[in-house]
Ligand binder design. Structure first.
Ligand SMILES: [Zn+2]
Ligand SMILES: [Zn+2]
Length: 392
């Protein structure tokens, strides 16, 4: 610091130069000595640093006044906030003004659009749980364990060793970002990047907390009781606000997203809020009608089959389907397909009775149904009834 040149001399301006004159001079010098314009030129690099340093001081009215009064001594021996600002030479620069100049000069946004690496909300955590068919329909409570990054209890999330605290980053003056100028075909362009000293946090932790290594966050397994609402369906997700990962730099917690996987049921198939199932009936029940028992999610229900019921007749049982997720009082239906079962073994007497019922019907009569379906369908029940009445 002994042979520092006068800042006004560095910029080539008079001592009483106006702000505009300073800017103009600085711009000229910065472009001239920019490292991109002078690759590998150590002298230019030094000049560039010198120019930046001079402008940094002279463009700040307060610093300029101090400099005018005390010269370089104003900023030595820790005179300016512990000397951190100049300790690193060029490293210590706030390039803010440079950005403003080039931003306005070339119509670029001076870094205003750059993302600042400040407080950042924690990540959302995705977990999936398995439910039985019934659990999804009627709701339940599930306990889940989730590994998340959470606040370090030792340093309370500050990342600093207990008894110490984080200091404002001197490289970026706590802004978390550094600006730099690059030459492009459009001229000098200011870019902004995350401060390499503090990684965008704006803070420097001198003595990191040993438990979290200065990150302020530790991996924990958290247990949550998740209330599963009735009517939830396969593939749906429950969002638990603020139960996710802790953010960085004071950002809040993310959410916990619990995706639901519903195990298939052997009897029921769910489509929306309706439940589908097949119910087997005998061909005699189909023909004569009668009372059967149908299993629903509420228990068994009696149902009376009409005589002459055709195979795959669909029956709707109202209001015994899945409760609506938003209004559980509203429920879907159960859609039942009656499956007529043909016996695979019969006694001789049963066979005889059937032969009598069909009378002289030719072999393979069933195949004629396609050509005369109406006649066959209409008369089937009647034929069966006739057959049994005849038998009495
Ligand atoms: Zn800690
Ligand atoms: Zn920084």
């Amino acid at each position: 610091m002994a042979n520092k040149r006068d800042y006004y001399e560095v910029l080539g301006v008079q001592k009483g130069a106006s702000e505009a004159e300073l800017k103009k001079a600085y711009r000229k010098m910065a472009v001239k000595y920019h490292p991109d314009q002078n690759p590998g030129d150590k002298e230019a690099e030094e000049k560039f640093k010198e120019v930046n340093e001079a402008y940094e001081v002279l463009s700040n009215p307060e610093k300029r006044a101090q400099y005018d009064q005390f010269g370089h001594a104003a900023f030595e021996q820790g005179g300016m906030g512990g000397g951190g600002f100049y300790g690193g030479g060029f490293e210590g620069f706030d390039m803010g003004d440079l950005g403003d100049i080039f931003g306005s000069m070339f119509g670029f946004g001076g870094g205003g659009s750059a993302r600042r690496n400040g407080p950042r909300r924690g990540r959302d955590i995705n977990v999936s749980i398995q439910l039985t068919f019934e659990e999804a329909i009627f709701g339940c409570t599930k306990e889940i364990s989730v590994p998340v990054l959470d606040e370090c209890e030792i340093c309370h999330g500050t990342g600093a060793k207990p008894g110490t605290h984080a200091e404002s980053c001197s490289k970026c003056n706590g802004t978390g970002q550094e600006r730099f100028v690059q030459q492009s075909m459009f001229g000098a362009v200011t870019s902004v990047r995350t401060c390499s000293a503090c990684h965008g946090t704006g803070k420097i932790i001198k003595e990191p907390c040993t438990t979290c290594r200065g990150t302020g966050r530790v991996k924990k397994t958290k247990k949550y009781e998740v209330k599963i609402p009735q009517g939830i369906d396969n593939g749906q997700t429950i969002r638990l606000g603020g139960k996710g990962e802790l953010g960085e730099n004071g950002g809040g917690y993310g959410d916990l997203l619990v995706s639901v996987y519903v195990q298939p049921n052997r009897v029921f198939v769910r489509k929306g809020n309706d439940i589908y199932c097949d119910v087997p009936i005998t061909f005699v029940q189909a023909a004569l009608g009668g009372e059967i028992t149908i299993k629903t999610i509420d228990g068994e229900q009696k149902y009376t089959i009409k005589p002459g019921t055709q195979p795959d007749t669909v029956v709707t049982l109202r209001g015994v389907g899945v409760p609506n997720l938003r209004n559980p009082k509203i429920r879907g239906n159960q859609i039942v397909t009656l499956k007529v079962k043909i016996p695979t073994s019969m006694t001789e007497r049963q066979k005889d009775l059937l032969r009598q019922f069909y009378g002289d019907a030719p072999a393979g009569a069933a195949n004629t149904e396609a050509s005369a379906p109406e006649e066959e369908k209409k008369s089937f029940g009647e034929k069966v009834r006739d057959f049994f009445e005849k038998d009495k």
